[in-house]
Ligand binder design. Structure first.
Ligand code: CTP
Length: 393
């Protein structure tokens, strides 16, 4: 966690005193912690205590912070945003995207992963309104830690206690995707387009830049995985610490993937051409003046994702991508089932996402669908790598 920048939102709950211990533990791990105290939070814990333990000025007022750093810069500064404790009111505001205070603005502006540690009376936690807010936030990719069961401040007991700080530290470590979590694991990643030759000078290809697949390979390697990246022709540099196998056609890509097995996980991010010219002309195809354009018969390419998912040496976790221009979730769910993938990452490519720096994806798993907000492709990669580490753990 050394050098990790954590923005800690402390909202109004009796459990706010535990935020002090959380800051102490995070700093002992080498993290920087910037406390942000809400108005209700300030009723339970003092600004002075938070400042003393974090070694930083506590942010409270939206307008004062605006003059000093600005909520957008603050949102970008953070590697992770942690809301601990998160009151029922804060969960509701987050679910609705309300921005009437500094915490609301930062939580809406940030692209960093968010971890929420709820703390409230068991009846408030069990209320359908709170449950709906939690479901809405989880569907947007917000991670939850707790609450835990046990005695409350009021003389009663139940589900609603803030998760104990040492366990919260572990949840934050998982959120950040600490290095070494994938040590000893081999992960296969496909990336980029394929090129299917028509003749020695022409080919069929697509607009894939390889950015997302390469970022995933890099994020996995950063977590200590041994990564084999099988890539079609791209114009971006090789990620560091990754074994890159360069291919052109779908058939070469399949052969390279099979040669790379066994692997614990496979992430098929390549935009593989579904068809190739049925025959590759040995010589350049010439146009004959006065004649109609020649036909271009196509043959189907092998499906790499399907082949890996059905292989006797199947990776434990097979992840596919579904790039769609309409009916995103329905098509992605159908593809997940048809191709035998464990997870499907679905994105809408109608809005010119292909080739861009950002991506807005849905993660489809056996447990359901999560919507991740629009974020840098490297951030999508880090989150996905974190989830892969969790799944393989
Ligand atoms: N894929 C693959 N090999 C292929 C085609 C696709 O491994 N020959 C993988 C992609 O890497 C991706 C997933 O399958 O993980 C979905 O690819 P996509 O092209 O969107 O799906 P298709 O089955 O080709 O469906 P369609 O083109 O009809 O949308």
């Amino acid at each position: 966690m050394r050098g990790a920048r954590i923005l800690l939102v402390v909202s109004g709950s009796v459990a706010a005193y535990k935020a002090l211990e959380l800051i102490r533990l995070l700093r002992a791990e080498g993290a920087e912690v910037q406390p942000l105290l809400t108005e209700a939070g300030a009723r339970f814990v003092t600004e002075e205590s938070l400042a003393a333990l974090s070694g930083r000025r506590v942010l409270r007022d939206l307008w004062a912070a605006e003059a000093e750093i600005g909520h957008i810069r603050l949102a970008r500064w953070a590697d992770a945003v942690v809301v601990a404790p998160a009151s029922a009111d804060r969960l509701a505001r987050m679910a609705l995207g309300l921005v009437e205070d500094l915490a609301g603005c930062v939580l809406l502006a940030t692209r960093a992963p968010i971890l929420v540690a709820p703390a409230m009376n068991p009846a408030m936690w069990a209320h359908p309104a709170t449950a709906a807010h939690v479901a809405a936030l989880a569907a947007r990719g917000v991670a939850f830690a707790g609450p835990e069961e046990g005695p409350m401040a009021e003389p009663e007991s139940g589900l609603g206690r803030l998760m104990e700080p040492p366990r919260l530290v572990e949840a934050i470590r998982a959120l950040l995707g600490g290095p070494g979590r994938l040590a000893g694991r081999h992960v296969l990643v496909t990336s980029g387009p394929t090129q299917e030759p028509i003749d020695p000078v022409r080919y069929i290809a697509n607009r894939s830049s390889g950015r997302q697949g390469h970022a995933i390979a890099a994020a996995l390697a950063e977590m200590g995985a041994r990564v084999t990246l099988v890539s079609g022709p791209v114009a971006i540099p090789d990620p560091r610490g990754v074994t890159v196998v360069r291919v052109e056609t779908a058939r070469q890509m399949l052969a390279a993937c099979l040669a790379a097995l066994p692997a614990e996980a496979a992430v098929c991010c390549a935009a593989v051409a579904d068809w190739r010219p049925a025959e590759e002309a040995a010589q350049k195809r010439k146009k004959i003046p006065g004649e109609a354009p020649p036909p271009l018969p196509l043959a189907p390419n092998p499906d790499i994702l399907t082949t890996l998912a059905a292989h006797p040496d199947r990776p434990r976790l097979v992840v596919g991508f579904a790039a769609e221009t309409e009916n995103l979730l329905a098509h992605a769910a159908e593809k997940r089932a048809r191709k035998g993938a464990d997870w499907m990452v679905a994105n809408d490519v109608s809005a010119g996402v292909m080739g861009g720096a950002e991506n807005e994806v849905h993660l489809l798993t056996a447990a359901g669908v999560e919507h991740w907000p629009r974020m840098d492709k490297r951030e999508v990669a880090r989150r996905l790598a974190g989830r892969i580490a969790e799944a393989l753990a």
